[in-house]
Write a protein that binds this ligand. Sequence first.
Ligand code: SF4
Length: 339
Amino acid sequence: MAEGELRRLTEWVRSNGYSRVLLQCPPGLRDAASAVSSALRGMGVEVISSGSSCWGGCDVALREALTAGCEAIVHVGHAKFIDVKDLPVFYYEARYDNYGPLAELLPKLREHLAGKSRISLGMTVQWLDFLERFAEDLERTGIEVLLGEPGGHLVHRGQVLGCDYATMLPLDSVVDAHLVVGSVFHGLGLALVARKEVYAADPHTQHVTPLSEAAKRTLMRRYAQIERFKSAKRVGVIVSLKPGQRYLGLARWLREKLGARGYDAEVVIVDEVRPEELEERYEALVNTACPRLSIEDQERFRVPLLLPGEALVAIGELSWEELLRRGLASTYPQSWIMR
Ligand code: SF4
């Protein structure tokens, strides 16, 4: 991990005089969290660890921090996603400082991208210190590489999230393919909304995966869930407590739309979207929380777990084709649904 980031964090804590902070971290970055914790404790700062899930920058542990009387939050592993007003948050992005795994990917990428003359490149935040260098190395193989500017929930050039591709999607019409460095999870999100082939390159596993077939299969499964939804009566419209996933206005609006079409719909607010608490109570669910729950976790649910746009397709307010055009798993459904 890059040492400069740790120095910036300790300086931030010192200069603000914080004496108690909440530390939260996703699985897989526990070493980074340990380094942060040791450094802060070494300065005499009390560190309280969040034991809750930490899915993304959307998932800031405000309630834990306020309950524990913390003065600030150190959120490990993600970039800033939203403005958090209640407490100061330091986003410790835990950037990698070893270019080796990226260099190793180059020969394999050369094979996969043979025949493409121009691609867009995006990366998960941990790899972003190498964005330009990796783009230059790819360009040496004769491919023009475009890097998109920040937008939406993305604060860095070339950054991607599982729910936001504002750096890459606008380039869809001018490239031959997209390359997402991170994981299949990150690549698939783009493949569901892009028209061009998307390749996911995982520096940890050294796998390069083309994703258009997987995206087609996913879309077919989503359509089947929309069909199932139509025969439900009692519907729960999920609202998340997580600060960056909280769309209460959208959920209430959807409840009214569903009610007008004869569904018995209610808004249900949860911290974690889990089948145990929900599928006994509802015959179908609409998910206004993280859009990837409907894509990755549908199989854990016996009932349909539709995205807001999919629910509109189910009740005949939107065509499937129009939904695909607008972006199935967009995290900002309210921006186009609630116009
Ligand atoms: S909403 Fe989901 S995909 Fe987006 S940042 Fe949060 S956890 Fe990741």
